[in-house]
Design a protein around this ligand. Structure first.
Ligand SMILES: [Zn+2]
Length: 333
């Protein structure tokens, strides 16, 4: 039994009322935990197992965003439903994805249920980072899910059928997270990468921001990098325009850009050390950038606190992004 399995056993045997799952593949962990809570032996043949498999378990509610993020209406609906006892299992389980994207209003509504949930209710909150309202975090047991070692990730990607030369690139794109289902081994991702880079080189700004919003993870990744490249030569007016465009994008787009910028800065800061890069596909390019470590550290701090600031303080996103982009430019020059 590995560490993760025994953690699952411990949690499932006496579940707390609210968990915040952050880090590597929280959705997969949530599914495993739910299965264990409903059927400790995961027999595969009882009614709980069958209904979980079919996605029809009446006591499980899995909330994903409808539109840009989970809406205040979805949270209100959930508040209503929370009053009713479970139908078939001893516990009702509510899963909320992308909790870091909740608006302040929605987060406060959620907080109300988290403060005094009915005893039969378990919350699993899924987030990419722990940069959330501290009042929400403090009501949850935080489970940080570590990334598996690289060999495990690589052999899993091989097992899925990705060719060896594509895996290196894939690791840069997903940073070791499992690739989304539409990123199938049958896609020639290296060819797609080259075509994307070609297209991005010529893309005018409107096209750039459209591509950043793409659902396709390759397009989003390559576009984020292109924006970071252009940022170095943008003047003040162009940066202000970029902040306006970015603040107009859905929250998950802003998040993924901030995330890529963070990895880029970390790679630059690790320059000259033995640490493996996140963007290993860009090794040569990264080595050619001579960034100032002090300014990089400042930029990293700004990047890491940004999501928290705009959720907690309901700060003006556009202003925040303006200052963030200027700080970034200073670090990347
Ligand atoms: Zn079962």
């Amino acid at each position: 039994m590995n560490a993760l399995d025994s953690l699952l056993d411990t949690l499932a045997s006496k579940p707390a009322q609210a968990y915040l799952l952050v880090g590597h593949n929280p959705a997969a962990f949530a599914r495993a935990l739910i299965a264990k809570i409903y059927c400790p032996h995961r027999c595969g043949s009882c009614s709980h197992c069958h209904k979980l498999q079919a996605g029809t378990h009446p006591d499980l509610l899995w909330v994903t965003r409808s539109g840009k993020r989970i809406s205040i209406d979805q949270i209100r609906e959930l508040q209503q439903q929370a009053l009713y006892a479970p139908l078939e299992a001893p516990k009702k389980i509510y899963v909320l994805e992308g909790v870091e994207d909740l608006s302040l209003e929605a987060a406060n509504s959620l907080l109300k249920i988290l403060e005094s949930p009915p005893a039969f209710l378990i919350f699993l909150l899924l987030a990419r980072t722990q940069n959330l309202l501290p009042t929400i975090v403090s009501r949850c047991q935080v489970i940080k899910l570590p990334k598996p070692p690289e060999e495990t990730i690589v052999s899993e990607l091989r097992r899925q059928g990705f060719p060896p030369d594509a895996i290196e690139y894939l690791l840069s794109v997903t940073k070791g997270e499992p690739p989304p289902p539409d990123l199938h081994p049958s896609r020639d991702i290296l060819k797609e990468r080259d075509q994307l880079r070609q297209r991005l080189l010529q893309a005018q700004d409107p096209e750039l921001w459209e591509l950043l919003k793409s659902e396709d993870i390759l397009a989003r990744y390559e576009t984020s990098l292109e924006i970071l490249r252009r940022l170095r030569r943008w003047n003040a007016a162009e940066i202000l325009r970029a902040a306006a465009m970015l603040s107009d994008s859905p929250p998950d787009v802003v998040h993924s850009f901030v995330q890529e910028a963070t990895y880029w800065c970390r790679d630059l800061l690790a320059q000259g050390t033995e640490t493996a890069r996140f963007n290993r596909d860009c090794n040569a390019e990264l080595s050619a950038i001579k960034a100032d470590p002090v300014k990089l550290t400042e930029a990293l701090r700004a990047l890491e606190t940004a999501p928290w600031k705009w959720q907690r303080q309901n700060a003006n996103l556009q202003l925040l992004l303006e200052s963030l982009l200027f700080t970034l430019r200073a670090a990347l020059l």
